[in-house]
Design a protein around this ligand. Sequence first.
Ligand SMILES: [Cu+2]
Length: 134
Amino acid sequence: MKARKLAGFMAGTARRGPGRMMECMKAAAGAVAVVCLALAPALPSRADDAHHIPKTAQSAASTTAGMVKKVDKFAGKITIQHEAIDNLAMPKMTMVFRVTDAAFLDRVKPGDKIRFAAEKINGAYTVTQIDSGS
Ligand SMILES: [Cu+2]
C-alpha cells in the first residue's frame, strides 16, 4: 500500500520536473532514516542482555582497574593500561578500546586511574562504563 502510493507520488512528481523529483527523493530518504532509527535501539539492548547473564548480584566485580594512557576524542577511542579483565578472559596489558558513550572521554585524561567495564561489541573491545576514581 505505502510503496504503491510512494511510487505513484514519484511518478507524478517526475512529470512535473527535476526540482520536484529531488524533493521526492529527499522525502524517501527521510523515510528510510526514520526506519533505521526505529530499529537501532533494539540492537544494543539485545547484545546487552546476552552479556549480562545475572549469575550474581555483585556489579563491582565486572569493573577492572586501569590507567588512562591516551584519549582520542576525534576517533572515539581510549587507550588504557589495564589489569586482567575477567569477563573478556584478557590478561593485563595496554590496549585501545572504543567507547559506548563519547561523553566518557570528556571525564578522563592521560594519567587518570579509573575503574571501567568493557565488553566485546560487534567484534570490538568497547568500554561500557568508566568510574573515574577520585
Ligand atoms: Cu586488553
